[in-house]
Write a protein that binds this ligand. Sequence first.
Ligand code: C2O
Ligand code: CU
Length: 536
Amino acid sequence: MSTSRRNVLLFGGLGVLGAGAATLPAGSVEAKSASRLDSSQMPRPFQAPFVQAPMLQPSSTGIDPADGLPVNYYKLTEKAATAQILPRLTTPILGYNGLFPGPTISLDKGTKAVVRMRNQLPAQHPFDGHPLTTSTHLHGSASLPQYDGYASDITRPGFYKDYRYPNFQPARTLWYHDHGVHFTALNVYFGLVGQYHMHDPLERQLLPQGRYDVALTISDAMFAEDGSLGYDDNSHSGLWGDVILVNGKPWPVMKVQKRVYRFRILNASISRSLRPTLSTGAPLVVVGTDGGLMPTAQSVANYRHAGAERYEVLIDFRKYATGQRIELRNLSNNNNVDYDFTNKIMAFDVTDEPVDTTDPTWNRIPTTLTGSEAMSLTAGQSVKTRRFRVKRNDSTNMWTINDDSWQDVITSGYKKIIADPAHNSVEIWEIENSSGGWFHPLHIHLVDFQVLSRNGRAAFSYERGPKDVVYVGEGETVRLLMKFTPEQGLYMMHCHNLPHEDHDMMAQFRVGRLEGDLDPNDPMTAARAVWDDEVG
Ligand code: C2O
Ligand code: CU
């Protein structure tokens, strides 16, 4: 790649060295490069071996005296570290236990978890100096409000907080990530992200386990000349890196046996959406969505995958020849910025390693999976329909939901709410994005929902499973059906394009309890972070 091509700057902005001056134009955009690396330092597809994050072992286990359920105790420490992402240069990151992505937590439904999250980060973020106060969200868990990563419930460097996770929901792929108020994008982009897998007996019986149950945390990045991460969110429109990372490595290659594999695909990009597809034209068999197993598996040639959505996908490698390479590619979607190699994600090299055919999942492609509570709801149960408009406020350059922002919530002393569903009630929430130039992955905390319709038509086949993030594309209106259970209290809803969330497309709703009621689960006061005496 020539210097002149590499120096093409996006949008008349300053590239990785500062915020762009203009916003992203509508329609798909192609550019040559976002990184400022010398071409000899620039990673290329399919050079790096595939790796997975290590599994986190509990530091101890116990029994909850209140209900007799087993509890796993885990320790995680947020800290600055370096990662080997590029072929020769090292990259400073912020990571859970110093890793990007952080260690994977794996447990069974019915085992509770207490995660001691220690903030040992430096006082200030290495990129822009913002204070490194954090709040940790376990995305996909119906946690109590004080353990849900409420953005303003911050833990300062030198403090820790014990997060309690109930793990009573059906098996699913969850992920934990920073949710610190107004700086989530830069904190997650620098590495504060990890997967969390909850198993149950049905899922163990139907789907591949162990080394055939593979976490793929996909993100994009851009790099400065010295190998550090660049950051340019184009005036809070979004960040589009030119390097695609899977589990923190650029376009890796994974060796696979001739059998069926299960991939837990998390798009952890802060803005980019993906459209995964296989180079052979073979289908991706979607078996799970954000909230776990779908009622029926869905075979697709490709599918649209926004930030924070999780799709569990089976790929059948039985028919390929030893030595064959299959690429997982990205067809992209409107309003992403694409570069030379963002059309590739990773590759699989088929080996002749013997397959264990006593494992019944080696050749199983299930069709009927299970009905979750969210998928069993019917529109007739809904007692209320609420409408929300996601939009940009051009005069303030802010993103809002019904003109609300998180700053409004802060200003109100955390009182202002956008909706007040009754406890255990069923409602329809309609989300309208009338913009032709933006897509918004909308996330609603606490609930699993069903996508009832998209623009008055059926939901896409692959999203007919329990969801907690919905891709609200350009000019789209979606209708969602959900039950506000089991907890009461304050929960966030927001766009998961993280620069949008930070500036400031986030609001809160209150389940049950009336204003003025004493709230035992007040997210700002019920479980405060405490000073950490342990050092290290
Ligand atoms: Cu994955 Cu409120 O976030
Ligand atoms: Cu958005």
